[in-house]
Design a binder for this molecule. Sequence first.
Ligand code: AMP
Length: 217
Amino acid sequence: MSYGTIIVLMGPPGAGKGTQAKRLAAGTGFVHVSTGDLLREAVRNQTPLGQESKAIMDRGELVPDALVSELVAEKLASGTPRGGILLDGYPRTLAQAEFLEGIRGPRPMAIGIEVDEEEVVRRLSGRRTCAGCDKIYNVYFSPPPQGACEECGCGEMVQRDDDKEEVIRQRLKVYRNQTAPLIDFYRDLGRYVAVDGSKRIDAVTAELEAALQERVG
Ligand code: AMP
């Protein structure tokens, strides 16, 4: 068993948690774990978990705590990677945060990427994923050059079912009601730090790296 640090990346949908977690994982020893990605994989593979989760995710609601916590527990069953773990999209409820507190090892640290809601709606409604390699583009800010993916050359870009505007509004409502209270949860424990997510991607990465340095050295 090894017990690397767990960093909880917080922030509303569209704050850039996934994009930033991938960048941080590439530049450090951290392993990126996204419960949204794990659930979408379960949906694609039509596992029992995927079948139970699909309609819930398409409505922009939360998959039950027990199911998601089991996924995370499976990931952490052999300890947290020594280089540390970046949790993206988990915990999203108080029950999940309490579950995470029960995991052995150093206490999780939370870093919040703060962005205002209208910006988030613009980002999410423009988001497209390359069907070939899952690279993320945005039709407004960072469209694929000549319409094809710069990583794999694939010309097919897909929009997530839950990135339609009415579902985005629902996801933001769920975030406000169920997930935002976790900011106070971690702040009260002295384990919350915020970065400004409205800046350019590189600037946010630099702030996150600085926050990580400060927290875990
Ligand atoms: P994400 O990619 O993090 O935006 O997650 C996409 C969807 O997966 C969410 O809108 C939820 O339906 C579901 N999901 C992801 N993580 C969790 C979680 N920790 N708890 C409950 N549902 C989740």
